[in-house]
Design a protein around this ligand. Structure first.
Ligand code: APR
Ligand code: ZN
Length: 363
């Protein structure tokens, strides 16, 4: 079939929106009509050169929701008509990670990056040239393996769930699943973008006492307060580590880095109290390294990483939807702006300007 997709060709080049050919689903795969997809910084990392893309040209996008239109042979997770949220990591259900409730680390599926398990691609240029793709949510339609699909209830507007599969589970999950923030503890959050705001609302859900938001943009600190931050620190107006140590009376119990920058990972570590936990959520730059001094580490501090919020999508997504129904999880407020697929470059410009919590591409 013909569809329209956003294609990444090379770093520092505008993303190109083009008509492409999409093959139907093969065994174990589903064709999904994408309804909405969030413009996440992880996609932009390839464009701005933060990470070296493993494959190009590629159909972009990994955060989104949609409706299943067709399934291939043997598919049992979903049926045509089902509303779904895309899970960024596969869940084979059989590997040692899936069977120990850590599907975010699933290693049961071997494949070439950017291709399906059988080594082929479903997306092609009209002339037949192969396009690489992951979930390819920046496309009106996509074909993905069924293990990336989480069927969701149909009583909430599906477009509201656009960020549940990435920003929400990555942020809330880092707090609840990975770091396991305890009630009454103090939390500091470096970076208040789409993911960081979900770390903040995760800290509210976990019962944190103080939630200190750190950013370099006042507009983002305003969003942070709306999402539950009790204090804000503009890192351009002084040393944010000192500010967090002052506000907490000796360092935060938990500090999250949600930018993907070695300097801010180190700042988050330095801002923890003895016995505290620094948790890196941001995607590291290719080859990125961080070092920490040994003496503070010796005082029971921990530096940990969180991948996709240590999420268990089939458990966590329904939980998030229930919290949203009850008004305890902000999803509407996360969607500052809607844009058509043709404005994908403008959607990332919104993100970089700091004027939005998230821009959502509405197909
Ligand atoms: N100190 C504090 N805040 C900073 C700094 C800094 N030195 N540099 C950037 N920021 C802030 C930005 O102002 C912005 O508010 O970090 C925030 C990043 O937010 P977004 O660009 O919206 O990115 P987001 O989609 O939230 O992703 C953040 O998490 O999952 C990962 O891949 C994702 O690495 C990315 C990170
Ligand atoms: Zn993402």
């Amino acid at each position: 079939m013909r569809t329209t997709s956003a294609i990444f060709y090379a770093p520092k080049q505008p993303i190109s929106v083009e008509e492409v050919e999409l093959d139907g689903p093969r065994a174990g795969e589903a064709l999904v009509r994408v309804v909405a997809a969030g413009a996440c910084h992880s996609d932009w990392h390839a464009v701005d050169g933060h990470t070296t893309p493993a494959f190009a040209p590629q159909v972009m996008g990994h955060e989104g929701c949609g409706i299943v239109e067709e399934v291939g042979a043997g598919v049992t997770a979903v049926r045509p008509g089902d509303p779904i949220v895309f899970a960024i990591r596969p869940m084979c259900g059989k590997c040692r990670y899936c069977t120990t409730a850590r599907p975010n680390l699933c290693d049961g599926i071997v494949r070439e990056p950017g291709l399906m398990v059988d080594g082929t691609s479903r997306f092609h240029k009209p002339d037949g040239a192969r396009l690489f793709h992951g979930l390819a949510t920046f496309s009106r339609h996509t074909v993905v393996p069924e293990w990336h699909l989480v069927k969701v209830p149909d009583d909430v507007p599906i477009e509201r769930l656009a960020s549940v599969g990435c920003a929400v589970v990555t942020g809330v999950g880092a707090v609840v699943n990975t770091a396991q923030v305890t009630p009454g503890s103090t939390v500091a959050v470096w970076g208040c973008g789409g993911v960081g705001l979900n770390v903040i609302q995760g800290a509210v859900i976990a019962g944190a006492s103080r939630i200190i938001a750190v950013d370099v943009k006042e507009s983002k600190l305003k969003f942070a307060r709306e999402f539950g931050a009790t204090d804000t620190v503009n890192a351009l107006e002084g040393d944010p580590v000192e500010a967090v140590i002052d506000l907490t009376g000796g360092g935060a119990d938990f500090a999250f880095e949600v930018i993907g920058n070695p300097t801010t990972v180190r700042q988050a570590f330095d801002a923890t109290c003895p016995g505290g936990t620094a948790c890196m959520v941001g995607v590291p730059p290719t080859g990125g390294e961080v070092s920490v001094p040994m003496r503070p580490l010796f005082l029971d501090r921990r530096l940990i990483g969180s991948s996709a919020g240590t999420g268990r999508p089939r458990v966590d997504f329904p939980w998030f939807i229930e919290l949203y129904r009850q008004g305890r999880l902000k999803l509407d407020e996360l969607q500052s702006r809607f844009r058509p697929l043709e404005e994908i470059n403008e959607a990332f410009a919104d993100m970089l300007s700091g004027s939005v919590a998230r821009t959502i591409i509405k197909m």
